[in-house]
Design a protein around this ligand. Structure first.
Ligand SMILES: C[S@@+](CC[C@H](N)C(=O)[O-])C[C@H]1O[C@@H](n2cnc3c(N)ncnc32)[C@H](O)[C@@H]1O
Length: 233
């Protein structure tokens, strides 16, 4: 979820690398072309999904797509949940949040696909969104989820209408001040990841503020922000 870390190729400092054979270079070039083609096809598929507002059910139904490396982010999110909360986690994935919550919390998982007992299955890109009143949750948590939402303003308005008072969320923001090439690269990366929006940090804060949520806490996890918003404080 965080931007991929660039790893420089290993080159021996003492020995000049031998010149690759023509056959080796040709094979390498073919592999690079195939990889590039696959990446472009994935970006095109995701762009179409974004246009149609269709979630990637196949991806999110597959357990290999839910990474353990996200658990550190989940721990950070859990620390921003007030003790004793009744909370709903959207995009619950492996439901790790419930293991890190402060005392006295009641955990309700929600996701696009069933994540085990008591999951509220719901596509956050579908309209109308369901009523959350039966769950009576006053805290909502989103770990690596808002990026996959097309209409974030509509989602935040819905949260407030459903009685949510605190929202704890991570977000992989669109950086500002990029060059044209940098912006194209970033949009490509976002589309490759299947992101459905390209909000900057300021745009995200404004969306919450417009609905009455104040940003009470801002932290970082790799290149993502971790925020706690509270309404009417
Ligand atoms: C990057 S994973 C994060 C999972 C978990 N929160 C974590 O950090 O380990 C994104 C999660 O969002 C869910 N998701 C993606 N699109 C969604 C949608 N349109 N509505 C609801 N959930 C969605 C996926 O099923 C997945 O569980």
């Amino acid at each position: 979820m965080s931007r991929p870390l660039e790893v420089a190729p290993k080159v021996s400092s003492t020995v000049e690398p031998s010149r690759p054979s023509t056959r080796h270079s040709a094979r390498h070039a073919v592999r690079r072309t195939v990889d590039g083609g696959r990446r472009a096809a994935r970006v095109a598929r995701n762009a179409l999904r974004r246009r149609l507002g269709q979630p990637d059910y196949k991806r999110w139904s597959s357990p290999e797509c839910l990474e353990e490396s996200w658990d550190e982010r989940t721990k950070q999110l859990a620390q921003l949940v007030p003790p004793g909360s009744r909370l709903i986690e959207f995009g619950a994935g492996r439901r790790q949040l419930q293991n890190y919550l402060p005392p006295g919390c009641t955990y309700i998982p929600s996701d696009l696909v069933n994540r085990g007992p008591d999951t509220i299955v719901c596509d956050l890109n579908e309209r109308p969104l369901p009523s959350l009143w039966p769950a009576s949750a006053t805290v909502a948590v989103f770990g690596g989820v808002l990026e996959y939402i097309r209409d974030v303003p509509g989602l935040v308005r819905w949260l407030a209408d459903q009685g949510v008072k605190t929202c704890v969320a991570s977000f992989d923001t669109m950086p500002t001040g990029l060059t044209v090439i940098g912006r194209c690269r970033e949009l490509f990366r976002r589309s490759y990841n299947g992101y459905m929006n390209s909000l900057t940090e300021q745009e995200l804060l404004t969306i919450f503020k417009t609905v009455g949520f104040e940003c009470m806490e801002r932290q970082t996890w790799h290149t993502q922000i971790i925020t706690q918003f509270v309404i009417g404080s």
